[in-house]
Design a protein around this ligand. Structure first.
Ligand code: ATP
Length: 458
């Protein structure tokens, strides 16, 4: 991966070059606009350019138009100490991959670079079909998803119970369907139920079924979900939220593989594979007394964890192209395209709502974009704030409620820290939309921008 850095600040240039080299990238550092232009005439194009906006001898935003044709497809990331919202929007609309203000968010920059590096390693033809050469994985192209898929293949038909964990929207049900399809068979029943979405009074009747007259309103015999899944798979979602009484009943089913309908005397033998899913950390639920320990051990025989999307950025472009292809198929008159720059930009985002959020964002962008080509600007307004997550995401920080112990902070520093924290929380709550956030804080947009700049909020 070859990175060209155009930066006139010596400290920044040295630090960035060193860091990128430590990350295993090759870095050419041009110290101004003129030297970059001259080098471009002589040297080949890099894989990505990182460019300061204000250079001592020129305007970084004008450089892309002045470079040779071979450089036109190169992704361009701007960094600046003097960012304005309008400039950011203008550069993104012109196709820049990102616009980062100093002090630099190194993680974000590296996420872009890694996503680009990952993209270079992928074969674009196979990427569109959703598979790597020789490794057909319907779940993604990342090593994590391929590892999970190869585990499924090793399980074959020899499993009875599987536990799938992962953040909401990460693809637990998608994985369950794949497991069923590939090991039980696509022609066998797959029945999915979200136990948390059913009222407590109904959940047993839905799962186990009931005989006519079992309770008021039971006018006919009803086959429950266990029976409907007989010969196939029952997917029980949100198992961590299941009432304790139902957990006890489930444990008995797991042991005996028999069920009885409510109001029924006969026990029915069932042949059902069970997949349990939860976004909670079940061992913590056990510790808190909300989940039965015996059931936990019983269902935790094979455990598959779906990592959040931000931990497998290679999948983002692949999934995005997949959703786009589905959209184009459903709307033949309005084809949409996703260029490599936008794909790389999507790959650098955190996607707190995971694959579900990505899918919604693609569909929304397809609907709203006036042009064929989707660009980052079509996605920005729809990005959701990060939710609290038990899987090591980034829960919003809360202001401390205890008086500080030990060293005492200067009041000015404390207030600055709290102000920053509060503004960040409000920005996150409103999806980083400046206008709405400013209104909710009772200040003008300009005032909010000034505060964000002063506090170093990007
Ligand atoms: N590997 C994938 N390929 C294609 N689509 C996917 C993939 N993973 C997830 N999706 C899509 O993303 C959306 C969310 O996935 P899914 O319902 O499987 O997530 P989940 O983890 O079960 O979410 P929840 O915990 O909220 O029920 C669905 O529309 C699903 O089809």
């Amino acid at each position: 991966m070859l990175v060209d850095l155009i930066e006139d600040d010596v400290f920044m240039g040295e630090a960035l070059t060193e860091r990128l080299q430590l990350e295993g990238m090759r870095c050419r550092w041009w110290r101004g606009a003129q030297s970059a232009l001259q080098a471009a005439q002589e040297a080949g194009a890099p894989d990505v350019v990182i460019c300061d906006v204000r250079l001592g001898d020129g305007d970084g935003t004008e450089l892309p138009q002045r470079l040779p044709a071979g450089w036109r497809q190169v992704p361009w990331i701007y960094i600046t100490g003097f960012g304005s919202h309008a400039l950011r929007e203008a550069l993104l609309a012109r196709g820049a991959l990102d616009f980062l203000t100093k002090p630099l968010d190194m993680d974000r920059l590296l996420r872009h670079l890694r996503a680009l590096a990952g993209q270079r390693r992928q074969d674009p033809a196979t990427l569109k079909e959703g598979a790597m050469p020789g490794i057909s994985c319907p779940l993604g192209v990342s090593s994590e998803m391929r590892r999970i898929h190869s585990l499924i293949q090793r399980l074959g038909g020899h499993w009875q119970t599987v536990l799938i964990t992962g953040e909401s929207g990460a693809g637990k049900e998608e994985l369950a369907r794949c497991l069923h399809r590939e090991t039980v068979g696509p022609d066998r029943p797959f029945v999915a139920v979200n136990t948390a979405s059913l009222p407590d009074s109904l959940v047993e009747a839905e799962l186990f079924g009931y005989e006519r007259g079992a309770f008021t309103g039971a006018n006919r015999t009803h086959r429950g979900l266990f029976e409907q899944a007989d010969g196939g798979t029952l997917f029980l979602d949100e198992i961590g939220d299941m009432p304790l009484a139902l957990q006890a009943r489930l444990l008995r089913v797991l042991q005996d593989r028999r069920i009885a309908r409510l109001g029924g005397e006969r026990e029915l033998q069932i042949d059902v594979r069970l997949i349990f899913a939860t976004h909670r950390r079940l061992h913590e639920e056990v510790r808190a007394g909300r989940f039965r320990e015996d059931l936990y051990y019983r269902i935790n025989v094979v455990h598959l964890h779906v990592p959040p999307l931000r931990e497998r950025p290679e999948d983002i472009g692949w999934l995005a192209q997949r959703f786009l292809a589905q959209w184009n198929q459903a709307h033949p008159g309005r084809p949409r395209r996703l260029g490599p720059l936008t794909e790389a930009w999507l790959s650098s985002q955190r996607w707190p709502g995971n694959v579900r959020e990505l899918r919604n964002a693609i569909e929304r962008a397809c609907l709203l974009a006036p042009e064929e080509e989707l660009v980052p600007a079509h996605f920005i307004d729809a990005m959701a704030p990060a939710p609290e997550t038990p899987w090591g995401g980034e829960p919003p920080q809360r202001p401390p409620t205890e008086p500080p112990q030990g060293e005492v902070e200067r009041l000015e520093d404390y207030l600055r820290r709290q102000e920053r924290l509060y503004i960040e929380q409000m920005l996150a709550r409103h999806g980083w939309q400046i206008g709405v956030t400013a209104e909710s804080l009772g200040i003008s947009r300009k005032n909010l921008w000034e505060r964000m700049k002063r506090l170093g909020i990007q």
